[in-house]
Design a binder for this molecule. Structure first.
Ligand code: CTP
Length: 397
């Protein structure tokens, strides 16, 4: 997503400057060309050479630097996005006034690229009516503001906004800004992810090997493309994607209930979860003791959620299912597409190296109800998520 993109990263002087180093590094590693502009105070916190080493590019720290005379106008016009992190109360005030008394404010005044601010300051400074007026003015002019978050400040604990958002969150918001114009913009996308667990007794469960990674990457990319995303997640150890509303479930019955509640508002449902198909017929309220000999526990089927919730779908919604098979995947996938009345089905073969559960890559085929089929070569789950959402967008078109 960042490959070949040009980012101008403005840094004003606050202790959160150290986090801007991580942001510069993150964007550079992701393939972006990152040009850093520092205010005089920022250069007191982190010297320009640090950013030069992290980005591999010269840094602008003064209007009187060599080459700054033209760069301060050009950078904000040639960039794909201008990010200011941290944006101090003083920088925000200067920006709102249209001042251009140093390199960063000059870049900002001449900028035509979208601008994103990540404010960071003392919580009283942020709550000050003048700071609020300044930010509201900048937002009305089209500036995107991310954070500040609530959390500890340099001066101690705080329960009010002031702390700069984390670099990953800032990068995700910048990515969403860059991808404006997607057909998913403003759409309500519901993604299910991970396994479900069926309890045998208070300490034992039956589950499967689903890691949730495919669903989490789908939610992440859908949000970046401008969608309003609900992620219904089974028990997994993954960091929730930025911006996404997460609903936690445990059993297949809870997943069914959550999907049923989400469907009336959903434009798109992507059912990437791997619900358990059976549950123990009886739940033992106390822990089962070890017995001599073999143990037989009777199981009963759970609901097929995609089929059971068909009545809750909107007529125009797009429903995407998955089929994880072990052999003859395309034929079985097409049968599932029909049986579950889907618009698209993403088919993969668990026996193929690099595909299926627990790995970071996948190789899939996307089959459409219209008979279409797209083969997505082996790639990261993020790349596969992009391809799946491309197929969804093609249907929206
Ligand atoms: N699915 C569902 N409810 C279930 C099981 C699966 O809605 N109880 C959904 C999955 O989220 C997936 C699709 O149905 O999108 C296909 O899942 P899969 O496990 O491959 O299909 P099953 O219907 O369980 O069929 P089988 O196990 O016989 O292959």
């Amino acid at each position: 997503m960042w490959s070949g993109r040009h980012v101008v990263l403005g840094v004003s002087g606050g202790i959160a400057c150290y986090k801007s180093c991580y942001l510069a590094r993150h964007l550079t590693e992701a393939g972006a060309r990152v040009d850093v502009v520092l205010t005089r105070s920022a250069a007191e916190f982190v010297r320009p050479v640090t950013f030069e080493a992290l980005t591999g590019r010269p840094v602008m720290a003064s209007l009187w630097d060599r080459d700054a005379a033209l760069s301060h106008v050009r950078w904000g016009q040639q960039a794909d996005v201008v990010i200011v992190a941290p944006a101090t109360a003083h920088l925000i005030a200067r920006m709102a006034q249209g001042l251009a008394d140093d390199a960063l404010t000059s870049v900002l005044l001449a900028a035509t690229a979208p601008v994103l601010l990540a404010p960071a300051m003392n919580d009283e400074m942020f709550a000050h009516p003048q700071t609020q007026v300044n930010l509201a003015l900048l937002e009305r002019r089209g500036v995107t503001v991310v954070g500040p978050a609530i959390g500890p400040l340099a001066e101690g604990p705080s329960s009010r906004p002031g702390r700069m958002s984390e670099p990953a969150a800032i990068a995700a918001h910048a990515a969403r800004l860059l991808r404006r114009g997607s057909r998913l913009e403003g759409k309500r996308v519901v993604v299910t992810a991970g396994p479900t667990r069926e309890a045998i007794d208070p300490v034992r469960v039956v589950t499967n090997r689903s890691s949730g990674k495919m669903g989490y990457r789908l939610a992440e990319v859908a949000w970046e493309r401008g969608a309003d995303v609900q992620l219904i997640s089974g028990p997994v150890m993954l960091e929730p994607p930025v911006g996404v509303q997460v609903t936690r479930i445990d059993s297949t019955a809870e997943l069914e209930q959550a999907v049923r509640e989400a469907l009336p508002a959903a434009d798109i449902l992507v059912m990437a979860a791997a619900p358990a198909d059976y549950r123990p017929r009886e739940f033992s309220a106390s822990k089962r003791s070890r017995i001599d000999g073999a143990l037989a526990i009777p199981f009963e089927p759970t609901a097929d959620i995609l089929r059971a919730t068909r009545d809750a779908r909107r007529a125009e919604s797009i429903i995407v299912g998955f089929a994880l098979e072990t052999g003859d995947a395309l034929a079985k996938g097409r049968q599932k597409l029909e049986r579950k009345e889907l618009d698209l089905i993403v088919v993969n073969d668990a026996l193929e190296p690099g595909a299926g559960t627990e790995v970071d890559t996948n190789r899939v085929a996307i089959l459409g109800r219209d008979g279409s089929s797209t083969i997505v070569p082996l790639g990261t789950k993020r790349e596969v998520a992009e391809a799946i959402l491309d197929a969804v967008e093609a249907r929206l078109g």
